[in-house]
Write a protein that binds this ligand. Structure first.
Ligand code: MLT
Length: 262
């Protein structure tokens, strides 16, 4: 499905019925990463999965983007669908966007699920690496993002024994646009720290993280959990960064339990 929001075409999936669950994908992926949740959580929630600006089949307006731009697009999507409140489920960059959304529209957030993400801003070194990656994608194309990100997205077990998942994730990265990835890298580098903001989050929160996550490691999730009033932390054993695709049964079970309790 497709809607015009903030003057861009936003492509999204809208499946099943129940409490609205807004699935916010990470970098350098698109909404296709949620296939295991769209299948496994059917009946547990209304599953809304947009392609963010610059990703998948949505438009790629000129940059720069900020986390607030992504958040305002999501708010526009909810508004167009006449949804007053939703549970936000953000994976990695999607989590950074969920924080931006909460800062802008706390009253519209019924709950938050934070998957393999973190609240800290980038270090100076981290920001530098993002600029380098953006420049390399500009010079060498999307294939650079595939080479650089694939080994970091999936854990050792998946890399060794799940060639199908490796192939699927690589294809997803290739389905994005160079400009979208460049704009998103700059947007992530500019994002503010959200650690100090976390005590403001009063809704129930589920955090899940792969114990082998090298991009947003377990201590980042522990740091978030210790600052959020109503929070449960689930560690997904054997998973890397993309725990929701690597071990969907475990992640979906945690999400189902969480949704039942809120
Ligand atoms: C993601 O998975 O969304 C990104 O790798 C997050 C990041 O680069 O900080």
């Amino acid at each position: 499905m497709r809607l015009n929001i903030n003057s861009i075409n936003v492509d999204y999936e809208d499946r099943s019925k129940g409490i609205p669950l807004l699935l916010i994908h990470g970098f350098p992926l698109h909404r296709g990463m949620w296939a295991p949740q769209i299948e496994g959580l059917a009946g547990a929630a209304r599953l809304l999965a947009p392609d963010l600006r610059g990703f998948g089949k949505s438009d790629t307006p000129a940059g720069p983007y900020g986390m607030e731009d992504f958040a305002r697009d999501l708010d526009g999507l909810l508004g167009s669908l006449k949804i007053d409140r939703a549970v936000l489920c953000g994976f990695s960059m999607g989590g950074y966007i969920a924080f931006a959304f909460h800062k802008l529209f706390a009253e519209k957030v019924a709950g938050m699920i934070l998957l393999d993400t973190r609240a800290e801003a980038d270090t100076e070194e981290g920001k530098k690496k993002r600029v380098e990656m953006a420049n390399s994608v500009r010079q060498r194309g999307i294939e650079f993002a595939v080479e650089a990100m694939l080994p970091k997205l999936l854990g050792q077990v998946s890399q060794r024994y799940n060639p199908q998942l490796l192939h699927q994730v690589a294809s997803m990265i290739r389905e994005n646009k160079q400009a979208g990835l460049i704009n998103a890298q700059h947007a992530m580098a500019a994002r503010p720290d959200s650690l100090a903001y976390l005590p403001e989050i009063q809704c129930p929160v589920l955090i899940a993280v792969g114990d082998q996550d090298v991009l947003t490691p377990v201590p980042s999730s522990e740091a978030m959990a210790s600052r959020i009033a109503k929070c449960e932390l689930k560690i997904v054993r054997g998973a890397g960064h993309l725990a929701s695709m690597e071990y969907p049964e475990q992640v979906n079970a945690a999400i189902r339990d969480y949704l039942k309790a809120i």
